[in-house]
Design a protein around this ligand. Structure first.
Ligand code: M6R
Length: 366
């Protein structure tokens, strides 16, 4: 049932080219330049007219929501807030007419996310869902939604569900932006093409699994880790840290790279490995200077870089190259090496990666 893999988590990481293409199937057509989200037929117009979108979610799904925030703001120019479902539900949230609340949940059963959604509904919001499990409680309570079609996810650590959620949020943001006219026809087509190419590019990263395994051997006994990224790669840094914590029990924190100076830099020394996501995008130069600051304090650095990159390569201890894509879609690629890195470190530490201690696959009590 693990399809020849040692763990469900590894199987699910390797399934991502397929799960992403299943998620996109029938929904985009780059040649004919269309995007179709059956489940949201009547709602893309409402999204385009909305003044505010609120994402509610927990854990990895909340990280997907943060990616969604950048996507909707940048492409569709809509004000977005991303809330932990557990906080949203207990603080008398302000919902105005035309606000749209979107729950993101792999299982569709997370108690806090469901309760947040019901609260938003009772206050008159349009509620939408991005769920993986068909017919789940969240899928049933929402006005409409989009399934991620990632297939069953067994490993407690979410991997393919995350990339499917980000794929769906990209589709939703692109469709909304297209409808609203906030992106050019050129950008629209380019994004569709890049999405279409995604499974192939993910495959290229998976082929580097052995390289990543070798790097992980040198970090097996670290007791702390910091993950840093900017822009769309900030939520990826958070996700990388969460993955490592959950399955290896190594203390890890994710930060926007620029926040480092406001505290975390005090932690940097030769015993503090730092993972940078330093792809060639609009914040690249800034990230490079953040890397210099860490190296000046003897931090050991692993950097996720764009193919063909040489500058960062010279500065850091290890680099993992990933293919180039449109900046807005970068998280779909940059998260993959981080999933593999956590997996291999956890296995080397002898952890039960599929069922880490104290964790349940879905948290159905608050
Ligand atoms: O099923 P959901 O997406 O609602 O679950 C949310 C979180 O419990 C979940 O993402 C959790 O953080 C994972 N273990 C992360 O790997």
């Amino acid at each position: 049932e693990k399809g020849g893999f040692d763990h469900f988590m590894l199987k699910e990481i390797f399934e991502q080219p397929k799960s992403i293409s299943d998620c996109l199937r029938g929904r985009i057509h780059p040649e004919e330049a269309w995007i179709k989200l059956g489940g949201l037929r009547d709602y893309i117009g409402k999204l385009a007219n909305s003044k505010r979108i609120v994402f509610v979610a927990c854990g990895t799904s909340w990280h997907a929501g943060l990616v969604g925030e950048y996507l909707f703001e940048e492409l569709a120019r809509i004000n977005v807030e991303v809330e932990y479902a557990s906080e949203f539900r207990y603080r008398n949230p302000i919902i105005r007419e035309g606000d749209i609340v979107i729950a993101i949940s792999q299982s569709g059963e997370t108690a806090d996310t469901l309760a947040a959604l019901e609260l938003a509904k009772s206050k008159g919001a349009i509620i939408l869902g991005v769920c993986n499990v068909v017919g789940s409680s969240i899928a049933r309570v929402t006005h409409a939604g989009v399934y991620t079609h990632a297939g069953p996810e067994i490993g407690v650590a979410s991997t393919k569900a995350f990339t499917a959620q980000v794929s769906v949020l990209s589709l939703m943001a692109i469709a909304t932006a297209h409808q609203k006219g906030t992106i050019t026809e050129d950008t629209f087509r380019r994004l569709l093409w890049e999405l279409q190419e995604m499974p192939k590019k993910v495959e290229m990263i998976l082929q580097k699994a052995d390289e990543i395994k070798d790097i992980s051997k040198l970090f097996t006994f670290a007791s702390n880790f910091i993950f840093l990224g900017r822009g769309l790669n900030f939520p990826v840094a958070l996700e990388g840290a969460l993955k490592l914590k959950e399955i290896s029990y190594i203390h890890a924190e994710g930060y926007p790279a620029a926040e480092m100076k406001h505290g975390p830099i005090a932690l940097i020394d030769e015993d503090m490995p730092v993972v940078f996501i330093a792809t060639r995008d609009s914040s690249y130069e800034k990230v490079v200077s953040n890397i210099q600051e860490v190296k000046a304090r003897k931090g050991r650095v692993i950097a996720i870089v764009s193919a063909g990159e040489t500058e960062v390569q010279k500065m850091v201890d290890f680099t993992i190259e990933i293919p180039n894509t449109h900046e807005m879609l970068q998280p779909l690629l940059s998260v993959i090496p981080l999933q593999l890195l956590s997996y291999y470190i956890a296995v080397l530490r002898g952890r039960n990666v599929d069922q880490p201690r104290n964790l349940a696959k879905s948290v159905t009590v608050e």
